[in-house]
Design a protein around this ligand. Structure first.
Ligand SMILES: Cc1cc2nc3c(=O)[nH]c(=O)nc-3n(C[C@H](O)[C@H](O)[C@H](O)COP(=O)(O)OP(=O)(O)OC[C@H]3O[C@@H](n4cnc5c(N)ncnc54)[C@H](O)[C@@H]3O)c2cc1C
Length: 466
């Protein structure tokens, strides 16, 4: 009989050996592969259970309509393009506009409209808003959670009246009272920006939002495969092996080697293991005990086509009303053109205890938009998808617990980063790229962007989509 050590020795001799193995072929995994090549690694394996690269950049097409699981907008100054310049020619240029459905049933400016949410509310409401802000600034200390943070800046009254509190609950997957303050401070600085006196004055005097220097881009109509295939070929030519559609049964550590054992096909091994997959999954694959699993959002995407009067002009609409689980919708036909005269769009719904299926999400969405007089006409569901582990839920103490678990993986020898690997809500591919570079200690040799531009860009990111 073999003992387990002998079995593991045998396993090493049967396997393909790499300089590094990367779990996950999303933006973080692809950037990691590019960085490792630049750091003189020659043989790298990227393993993903999806059959495609690009991770949760997932499109879905039918009958000439083309949708995505989320509203995915990119920029031509993204650091991702320093790794994969070949992507640039495949994007299409778009001019997205953002709006929000407020609790009063009006489509107005995102994320807050001074005119509609404050000035047009009437003198009594304006006084209540003002008293609430003054009260918050004087009394609202200490700040304990995301709700306190938002209330401190705009007052509890406007927080509710504007629908921001309901939107936060939708976005976070639970009431903002239960959301860790750290996330609010990291990801919601736009509230502070929008509610400073200087910003309010600027809003009241300016007609147009600040001009963006960079170009906004979307994937080609043909889908993400057409965008990412050139990057995959480029990496493969330089020594990266892709093991896509591969389900991992476990990861074994044998002295200084990690052995990845797939349910089918050859095992692979390396001294270096990088993980960009959810922390819960890495623990399970490695057989490590996890006291507290980290919670993540399950996202339901509804894909509709439509003929009729849509009732708003913006290409992206956020739901700030008091009702319904849908969070945001994106009109893809604004970017790619109508199909057979029909507009088409995707709706993101954060799954919860009552809305946990495509059917229930559709029924609730239809009833809600009918009540608010948007999409007056023929609304047809073309399909839908459910995405688990869309992004982290930051309940109290979750970021600190995630840090402990990442440290534990590090002690075990695994470098874990990325949206899921770091349990870090990375809003854009740009942020994922920068975080992957930072985790691997990489700096581009080319002259850096003008730091002032970069600051400006990062600020804008916090002011635009969540
Ligand atoms: C709904 C949505 C909307 C977004 N909107 C925008 C936007 O408008 N603009 C923008 O720039 N960014 C947007 N992003 C964010 C951006 O895309 C992310 O920051 C980035 O894609 C994160 O990349 P990642 O590689 O860290 O994670 P992911 O893309 O999630 O990749 C993780 C990979 O791990 C794999 N994996 C998981 N478990 C296993 C396993 N057991 N074995 C093997 N592989 C496994 C998954 O299959 C996946 O490929 C959006 C993301 C989402 C989900």
């Amino acid at each position: 009989m073999h003992d387990s050590y002998e079995l593991q020795q045998e396993a090493v001799s049967e396997t393909e050996i790499y300089d590094a193995i990367i779990l996950g072929a999303g933006v973080s995994g692809l950037v990691a592969a590019s960085v490792l090549l630049r750091q003189n690694n020659e043989r790298i394996a990227v393993v993903d259970e999806y059959a495609h690269i690009g991770g949760n950049h997932i499109d879905w097409s039918t009958n000439g309509f083309t949708f995505d699981v989320g509203s995915l907008i990119f920029q031509d100054d993204s650091p991702l393009l320093k790794h994969f310049p070949e992507l640039l020619e495949h994007y299409i240029h778009i001019q997205p506009t953002w709006g929000r459905l407020n609790p009063q049933g009006k489509v107005t400016r995102y994320p807050i409209s001074v005119a509609d949410d404050i000035l047009r509310a009437g003198p009594i409401e304006i006084c209540r808003i003002a008293f609430s802000v003054i009260h918050a600034r004087i009394r609202q200390r200490p700040l304990r959670n995301a709700r306190d943070f938002a209330a401190f800046w705009i007052g509890a009254y406007l927080l509710r009246r504007s629908g921001l509190k309901n939107y936060m609950a939708r976005f976070y997957g639970m009431p903002p009272e239960h959301i860790d303050l750290e996330l609010a401070e990291k990801r919601m600085m736009w509230i502070k920006e929008h509610s400073s006196l200087r910003s309010l004055v600027r809003k009241m005097t300016q007609k147009k939002p600040p001009h963006m220097k960079n170009k906004q881009l979307a994937r080609p109509k043909a889908g993400y495969a057409a965008l990412y295939e050139p990057a995959k070929c480029g990496l493969a030519e330089k020594g990266v092996t892709f093991r896509l559609g591969t389900f991992i049964s476990k990861v074994v550590k044998n002295d200084d080697h990690f052995i990845v054992i797939p349910t089918e096909g050859r095992k692979i091994a390396s001294r270096r293991m990088i993980s960009t997959v959810p922390i819960n999954i890495t623990h399970r694959l490695c057989g490590l005990e996890q006291d507290k699993p980290l919670q993540t959002i399950t996202l339901i995407s509804l894909y509709f086509s439509f003929a009729g009067d849509r009732g708003f002009a913006q290409s992206i609409l956020y739901n700030f009303s008091y009702e319904a689980a849908w969070k945001r919708l994106t009109i893809y036909s604004d970017f790619y053109g109508r199909t057979d005269g029909r507009e088409y769009f995707a709706v993101e719904v954060v799954s919860n205890d009552t809305i946990a299926s495509i059917e229930l999400a559709e029924a609730e969405f239809r009833a809600h938009v009918a009540r608010n007089n948007i999409f007056d006409g023929d609304l047809r569901l073309e399909g839908g998808q459910i995405l688990e582990n869309a992004y982290p839920i930051y309940t109290h103490g979750a970021p600190a617990e995630a840090d402990r678990q990442i440290e534990r993986l590090k002690q075990f020898g695994i470098e874990s980063f990325g949206r899921h690997g770091a349990f870090n809500y990375q809003p854009t591919a740009r942020v994922s790229t920068l975080e992957a570079e930072r985790a691997l200690g990489y700096r581009h040799p080319e002259p850096a962007d003008n730091p002032a531009d970069r600051d400006q860009h990062d600020k804008r990111l916090e002011l635009i989509p969540m």
